[in-house]
Design a protein around this ligand. Structure first.
Ligand code: PMP
Length: 400
């Protein structure tokens, strides 16, 4: 039957309903600040937002957005190819290109359509895509649509990438290599220095999805490639406006002039309505703030380091390195569900990542840190995790 494949999800939903726990689609009923809200009737610290710089609630971004609504109305009612290219979009594209020090940029309506659209379009039948095994769903969706030969290399394993690239011989001229800056689940950073060196040796084109690293890493906030000093080796930077920039939308920037022809071949660019001007305006303001206020990044990393150390000191099992994504690894789904609810009861909202809701073999509570978190809030988050150990929901012998 058509619906058979949804049975596992239906069973999972029934399990959650039986426990009266709602970790998916938990409703934020009120927002108090960038880091506090009322979620399911409880006042909580928001620790699962991707709001890395707190800019979704910045008064300057809100004001820019408000002014744009007055000027442009609520939506564009068309795609960029048709009636949906407004001066705001062009200005944002010029600013994104300038930010990355390149001549070409495309803005998309979501980050998902940016990475999906670019990967689906850049490579086609007869080409090869070499992607990290832990790539985001948007990348998997895109490569599937591309028609190219798809080869996965082991997550963050440059030697495996080199081996597979070597085997391709002359075909590397038609190969797109895809990596992310910070991986969204465990917060680990790609070994981009090594990846770039391999690309230099064997050839190919490199796309880096900086969704979680733009605004977060690098001297001027351009991301993990900037932090690794290999930006000249990157052919395409992709990313999102929905995390550090606090809005919605996605981008691709490139030094290749061909991006202007590619633009009109990307279906999730051609056949979907363009970004609402008010979102473009807040994104432009957020980008200006990212460039003008590097201290926001310092604050973010201080907070990330504090949370990582606090949770490590509790003995919890975390991702491999300090990053604004701090993932706590648990034993199984039942434990993740119970801990998620206990954290909510203790006033901390985090993300739960478990199969089948995500195609992952990990059972995670995923915390995302913000520059807008106060030191006290970080300590409260640590305190809430300590209460999981005190309450016996996590055993000390289960820790790292
Ligand atoms: N790429 C990566 C690596 C992501 O983690 C995400 C979102 N989690 C996206 C792309 C899609 O971005 P958006 O949610 O802004 O559509």
């Amino acid at each position: 039957m058509l619906f058979d494949k949804f049975q596992e999800m239906a069973d999972f939903q029934a399990e959650l309903a039986g426990k009266d726990v709602k970790p998916f689609g938990a409703v934020t009923e009120e927002l108090i600040s960038a880091t506090e809200g009322i979620v399911q009737g409880k006042q909580v610290i928001l620790a699962g937002t991707n709001n890395y710089l707190g800019l979704s609630y910045d008064s300057r971004c809100i004001e820019a957005s408000r002014a744009a609504v007055d000027k442009w109305g609520t939506g564009t009612t068309g795609s960029r190819l048709a009636n949906g290219s407004f001066a705001e979009h062009q200005a944002l594209e010029a600013e994104m290109a300038d930010f990355y020090g390149v001549d070409h940029a495309i803005c998309f309506s979501t980050g998902y359509s940016a990475t999906m659209g670019m990967t689906a379009t850049l490579a086609g039948p007869g080409d090869v895509i070499l992607l990290d095994g832990d790539s985001h769903s948007s990348i998997y969706s895109g490569v599937k649509l591309s028609g190219a030969e798809i080869i996965r290399f082991k997550h963050n394993d440059p030697e495996d990438l080199a081996k597979r690239l070597r085997r391709l011989g002359d075909r590397t001229a038609n190969t797109l290599i895809i990596a992310e800056g910070i991986y969204s689940m465990l917060g680990d950073v790609a070994p981009l220095k090594e990846v770039a060196a391999i690309k230099r040796e064997y050839g190919g084109y490199l796309m880096v999805d900086e969704a979680h690293s733009m605004g977060v890493m690098g001297e001027s906030g351009r991301g993990a490639a900037q932090a690794a000093g290999i930006e000249n080796d990157v052919d395409f930077f992709a990313g999102t406006f929905s995390k550090s920039l606090g809005g919605i939308g996605g981008f691709c920037t490139s030094r290749h002039p061909e991006l202007e022809a590619i633009r009109f071949c990307i279906r999730p660019y051609i056949f979907t309505a363009s970004l609402t001007p008010s979102v473009v305006a807040s994104t432009r303001e957020a980008l200006r703030i990212v460039r003008a206020e590097p201290e926001l990044r310092d604050r973010l990393w201080d907070n990330a380091g504090r949370l990582f150390k606090g949770l490590t000191d509790l003995g919890l099992m975390l991702g491999p390195s300090v990053s604004p994504v701090v993932a706590v690894q648990l034993a199984d789904r039942a434990q993740a569900i119970d801990c998620w609810q206990a954290l909510l009861n203790a006033g901390v909202y985090v993300n739960m990542v478990v199969p089948p809701a995500t195609p992952s073999t990990n059972f995670l509570l995923r915390n995302s840190v913000s520059a807008a978190h106060s030191t006290e809030q970080i300590d409260q988050i640590i305190g809430a995790y300590a209460s999981l150990l005190d309450g016996g929901l996590i055993n000390p012998d289960q820790a790292a």
